[in-house]
Design a protein around this ligand. Structure first.
Ligand code: GKR
Ligand code: MG
Length: 428
């Protein structure tokens, strides 16, 4: 089997005005969809965060990809590294999301190759990763402080006729009562059995009060997580962390960098988790040396694909670390890949993050994948088990062309709400 064609399509999907440490989500989240077509006419799919540089680099990688055997993934990674060079360590950036190029490119190509292989052999991707440790994957409710608005063409506008989650999805939530209301509808709609709150957005006191209000509303059997995305100082992280001992399942990136994370970890009695200070294989020796976290959040878009994420799982097992999974705004192709991966890793025992309920647009046939009791059954069709809806792809590509966004920039969006607002790598 040979790859004969690669189609790279940037899309923009409606995203509500969600707050985070870097500002505010724009009305559209950007993703890039990759299709690899084999010489027998089978197509393999993948999805990665959208960025102009990565999309262009993926298009340029055609010279390395076309004519290649999709099973030859090690050679593909070597060829990409040679052609594009390794990412400098600081390319990740200080934002909550990762801006490295090579890991994203290889992830996009590897997942599409595995989908192609699965579709050719008639086996689900989970089987190509060693088979299932579980049939169903638990996901976590992912709460955000937010401004009123639905995102997409409605922007800050709302549909007054909306009910249920569609109404809660567009409601303002800028205080503990708003967060509890958001959580109640999200958990009732999707059945989630653990909750993560995106922090680093408002004053720490409001964020901690929101966690305590969730505890009050849901009781102590609902695991709770808080993620300030590293914009709290060590002192702030310790001071507020003390109030959350015995309350949080884990405290995600309360502060920045492995050494400071380790100082917080020594001072408080809550497991620390990260998708910001230990984000690559090069960071793992530092993680062990400093003892910066208890739990690493995997993400196949950032760690260089599904097979690399399996390696990360083995590392965590060897060093006694927990393993969870990070997400960013995404649609169903990424969700399917995350589900296959989570099903294949025995020690991925935490409910996986997902932004999926926040996005109403979809590129896969049949519409959104459905959570039941907060979990997804691993798709058992060949490959990822999802198919591209080409009409939807074209519509969402047109959104991309029309919306005028080409890279994620939450600071610019925030300035529309609070003129002069700027990102600070340590805010509180
Ligand atoms: O979607 O605003 C967001 C999140 O802040 C995202 O960009 C982060 O990467 O979910 C993420 C996290 O856990 O840090
Ligand atoms: Mg995080």
């Amino acid at each position: 089997m040979r790859i004969v064609e690669m189609i790279v399509t940037p899309i923009a999907v409606g995203d509500p005005p969600l707050r985070n440490a870097a500002g505010l989500h724009a009305p559209f989240a950007l993703r890039t969809i990759v299709e690899l077509i084999s010489d027998d006419g089978i197509s393999g799919l993948s999805e990665i965060p959208g960025s102009e540089a990565t999309t262009q680099a993926l298009r340029d990688s055609a010279e390395v990809v076309i004519g290649r055997d999709p099973y030859a993934l090690t050679g593909l990674e070597q060829a990409l590294r040679q052609r594009f060079g390794a990412d400098a360590q600081d390319r990740r950036g200080l934002q909550p999301w990762d801006q490295r190029r090579l890991v994203h490119m290889f992830s996009a190509l590897e997942v599409a190759c595995l989908d192609l292989i699965g579709k050719t052999t008639g086996r689900p991707v989970v089987d190509l990763l060693g088979g299932r440790a579980r049939d169903r994957v638990d996901f976590s409710a992912y709460l955000f402080f937010k401004h009123e608005g639905a995102g997409g063409p409605l922007g800050f506008g709302t549909d007054p006729a909306a009910t249920g989650w569609t109404a809660a999805r567009q409601a303002e939530a800028l205080d503990p009562a708003g967060i509890v209301a958001q959580a109640q509808v999200m958990c009732a709609t999707f059945g989630f059995r653990s909750i993560k709150l995106k922090g680093g957005a408002l004053d720490p006191e409001i964020e901690v009060e929101s966690i305590l209000a969730l505890r009050q509303a849901f009781g102590d059997r609902m695991p709770l997580r808080l993620d300030p995305n590293a914009v709290w100082s060590v002192d702030t992280a310790i001071r507020w962390g003390k109030k959350l001992e015995g309350v949080l399942e884990y405290y995600e990136d309360p502060t920045r960098g492995q050494q400071d994370m380790s100082r917080v970890r020594q001072a408080i009695d809550i497991p620390l988790a990260t998708n910001m200070c230990t984000t690559s294989f090069a960071d793992l020796p530092g993680s062990v040396r400093f003892g910066s976290e208890d739990i690493i959040l995997s993400d196949h878009h950032y760690w260089g694909g599904l097979r690399a994420s399996i390696e990360l799982g083995r590392f965590c097992r060897s060093f006694g670390l927990g393993l969870s999974m990070h997400s960013n705004s995404h649609v169903g192709i990424s969700l399917a890949a995350m589900t296959h991966l989570a099903a294949a890793v025995p020690n991925l025992t935490y409910a996986v993050d997902t932004h999926y309920p926040w996005q109403l647009d979809e590129v896969i046939k049949g519409g959104a994948l459905q959570f039941k009791d907060g979990a997804l059954t691993v798709p058992d069709g060949p490959g990822l088990g999802v198919e591209l809806d080409h009409e939807a792809l074209q519509r969402l590509h047109q959104n991309y062309l029309d919306c005028g966004l080409s890279d994620r920039n939450d600071e610019i969006e925030m300035q529309k709400v609070e003129p002069g607002w700027t990102f600070q790598s340590t805010r509180w």
